[in-house]
Structures are given as C-alpha cells and as structure tokens.
Design a binder for this molecule. Structure first.
Ligand SMILES: [Zn+2]
Length: 100
C-alpha cells in the first residue's frame, strides 16, 4: 500500500505503478503524477523495490533516494526506449523522456 504525499490517498501498488508515466534513464528514476491531485514525485524502480526521493542539482541532476519499499513480484526490465514493468499479471511500458 502506498500513500500519495499530495492528497494522502491510499493506492494499491498496481495503481501507484501505473501513475509513473515517464522514465529518465540518466537519473535512474521516473515521475509519478497523482491522478487525483496532480502531485508529482520522483520514483525509482528496481526489481522488487520501489524507491521514493527527489531530484537535486549538483552540477548535473541526481536522484536522491529517501525511502524504499519492497514490492515482491515487481519486474523491471530496462531498455533503450524505457522500462518494461511487470506486476500482478500485467505487463506495460513506461517511455523514456529526454531531459533538456
Ligand atoms: Zn494525490
């Protein structure tokens, strides 16, 4: 179970993952936009792990992981065109967004 930091809405893991709409391979994170309140947050995804954090600039942008939650069964495959996510019997694609 996840809680939106913007509206405190509780989300199931599948709903949370589907709100991650772009992936930035250079930063190893993507962006989730809450469908209810529009809150934006940076999310890292690894096999079996969801990371939450924020972007900061130190010459170049970096993703700072603040918190992570294990999510058994989450499959994450990285490709040139984005991420392929697999969870709860669904497989879908999160496209890369170029920075700058
Ligand atoms: Zn929200």
């Amino acid at each position: 179970m996840f809680v939106c930091a913007g509206c405190q809405r509780e989300l199931g893991a599948l709903e949370f993952l589907h709100e991650v709409s772009v992936w930035w391979p250079e930063l190893e994170c993507g962006r989730r936009i809450c469908a209810a309140c529009g809150h934006r947050e940076e999310v890292g995804l690894r096999p079996g792990v969801v990371e939450l954090g924020y972007l900061y600039s130190a010459g170049t942008a970096h993703f700072a992981r603040m918190w992570e939650q294990t999510l058994p069964g989450l499959g994450v495959l990285r490709g040139a065109d984005g991420l392929r996510l697999r969870y709860a019997g669904e497989i879908w694609h999160v496209p890369v967004e170029q920075i700058g």
